[in-house]
Design a protein around this ligand. Sequence first.
Ligand code: HEM
Length: 131
Amino acid sequence: MQTGEPSPRRIFEPLCGKIGRDRVDQVIHAFYATLRTDPMLHGFFDGIADFAGHESHIADFWWVALGGTLEQPRQFDMLGRHQGLALTPAAFARWLALFGETLTEYLPIELAAQWLKMAEAIAANLQRHTL
Ligand code: HEM
């Protein structure tokens, strides 16, 4: 039996650590700037008065979803916020396409792919409950 050698093990590092909060904020800021000017989706966001507040709320959501913690925990109500928006499969597809484009612009391909995978899973769940 070998001694003194650490057994090989998978070191788990959550995505939040690999991406970092600054890049989460950058991605969200760029993504919502895109959403607000997108011909298909901008109308959903026109009514938001405090957009900076909205972006920081969304960035906090993703920070937690990616494994991070917040100094001041916040409540999220994903289903409640999306119910009644009359979302369509085409709107979801557009949202995901734009999110994927933003991710690949700001992150290395592997990190972008992992984050997008999470967004796709959340979107699929949202669609099941809101369409
Ligand atoms: C058709 C696609 C989508 C549209 C048009 C849309 C639009 C919106 C709107 C209008 C709000 C409410 C803003 C407010 O009143 O403060 C919101 C909230 C939010 N959205 Fe979406 N959304 C879409 C898909 C998604 C997806 C796929 C995700 C995540 C993967 C997401 C994440 C969030 C989060 C985290 C919030 C805040 C929830 C909370 O306040 O607790 N959205 N979205």
